[in-house]
Design a protein around this ligand. Structure first.
Ligand SMILES: Nc1ncnc2c1ncn2[C@@H]1O[C@H](COP(=O)(O)OP(=O)(O)OP(=O)(O)O)[C@@H](O)[C@H]1O
Ligand SMILES: [Mg+2]
Length: 408
């Protein structure tokens, strides 16, 4: 895709067809294949993304990629009316830098989108906006959110995305429904989709992209619970192109220890954050919980002693899915989660290894290779299965190694 040059297509009132076209073109040219979020979960210490320049206008004018796609520049008045003047009733969620609104772009209500409104009083906001356009303009993958348009209006910056009907994974897990809409297999499918999106960034983009802010509020779910990675505001090019020590950015509870403490950034930082999301999916707990008034504890340090003990693991699983899965599969997923959050980055798997481990655990109709027999779905029939001793050993060994080191 190409972002700019300006001026591009200014949509007239009712120019919905063009937006729908932009989405369709992106789909056709794909490469390989509501409770508001708490602002307290916002990123900290954002530093300059790769290639950020002063002045959005100049940046957009100069942005070119290999694809001849265009992200549509949209008229402010169109977005204003599509969101009923950014009415509170249309708020889908709140982030650290502004709100995301549901937008209805035609009278029939068929052409819907999500509009993120950023107020550019701070330099980080301008950089986040540029970074989103820069990265999302170049990436196309079914498990990465699509950006359909943008708008620069005085101090306001707007990004228009495909609407994800089921909101964020964070809202699904920790909002009013407390994970009840997410079965065991749907949770594994969400993990698999996220792993596929990350594998694309790490293995198939050149230079490699490190997302740096993988968390449940940045994993969005469509009407069928297909998951897509969003929020590329902190993304950065990694690999051999970027050997500098980089000032840590990300969200507390998800940041890998070596990056937080020494600024060492590799794709394994995203693997760590993915592991924390797996813990959330398994346990239904938030990544960081308050204990008392002034102390908080990460899900990793809380769960590690129990998740690595086969007798304790079933009892700490999210009550919304407890006893609905076979123990052998539960041990396997727990083993993957434990490996992903190893303090030593080289012990963590690559995303490609993670997704190959998950695929056989997910039913065929959800994109995996598991053939589910109806008898297997009865919790009582499998809850007492013996498990896989090899994987259990991995879990136990990882647990020991982890407890010897400092957990973040
Ligand atoms: N395309 C979308 N479709 C549906 N809901 C969305 C979409 N984009 C964002 N949201 C909702 O809006 C919320 C806020 O998004 P945003 O990315 O601004 O902030 P965040 O990820 O919650 O926090 P942060 O500022 O730390 O990134 C999301 O968590 C999600 O609930
Ligand atoms: Mg976000």
């Amino acid at each position: 895709m190409v972002v700019g040059p300006l001026p591009l297509l200014v949509l007239p009132q009712g120019g919905v067809v063009l937006l729908a076209d932009a989405a369709r073109v992106a789909l056709a040219e794909g490469s390989s294949p509501p409770a508001p979020s708490p602002a307290a979960n916002a990123p900290f210490l954002p530093d300059a993304p790769a290639g950020a320049t002063k002045g959005t206008q100049g940046k957009l004018n100069s942005l070119k990629t290999s694809k001849k796609e265009v992200i549509t520049m949209m008229d402010f008045s169109v977005l204003e009316s599509a969101t009923s003047k950014f009415n509170e009733k249309n708020i889908l969620g709140k982030g650290g830098f502004g709100c995301v609104y549901r937008a209805c772009l035609d009278k029939s209500g068929v052409a819907v989108a999500a509009v993120k409104k950023l107020n550019c009083c701070r330099e980080e906001v301008e950089k986040e906006f540029e970074n989103e356009l820069d990265f999302l303009g170049k990436i196309w993958h079914p498990n990465v959110i699509s950006v359909l348009g943008y708008c620069i209006h005085e101090d306001t910056r707007l990004l228009v995305y495909e609407l994800m009907q089921n909101g964020s994974l964070e809202t699904q897990l920790h909002g009013p429904s407390r994970g009840s809409a997410l079965s065991w297999h749907i949770r594994l499918k969400i993990a698999l989709d996220t792993a596929r999106g990350l594998e694309h960034l790490h293995e198939h983009c050149s230079p490699m992209i490190i997302h740096r802010d993988i968390k449940s509020s940045n994993i969005l779910l469509d009407s069928d619970f297909n998951a897509k990675i969003s929020d590329f505001g902190l993304a950065i090019n990694g690999g051999n192109h970027n050997k500098d020590v980089i000032k840590p950015s990300g969200t507390f509870g998800y940041v890998a220890p070596e990056y937080l403490l020494d600024g060492q950034l590799t794709e394994k930082s995203d693997v760590y954050a993915f592991g924390v999301v797996l813990f959330e999916l398994l346990l239904g707990r938030k990544p960081v919980e308050m204990i008392g008034e002034s102390h908080c504890q990460s899900i990793v340090s809380w769960a590690m002693p129990q998740i690595t003990d086969r007798t304790k693991l079933p009892n700490i699983i999210d009550p919304a899915i407890r006893n609905t899965m076979g123990l052998r599969h539960l041990y396997q997923v727990a083993a993957v989660a434990v490996l992903c959050v190893q303090p030593e980055p080289s012990y963590r798997p690559l995303m490609t290894d993670v997704l190959h481990t998950l695929v056989p655990l997910i039913p065929l109709e959800l994109g995996g290779t598991l053939r589910v027999l109806s008898a297997e779905l009865r919790p009582g029939a499998i809850a007492g299965s013996s498990g896989n001793s090899e994987l259990s050993t991995i879990v136990i060994e990882c647990g020991r190694r982890h407890s010897e080191q400092v957990a973040v």
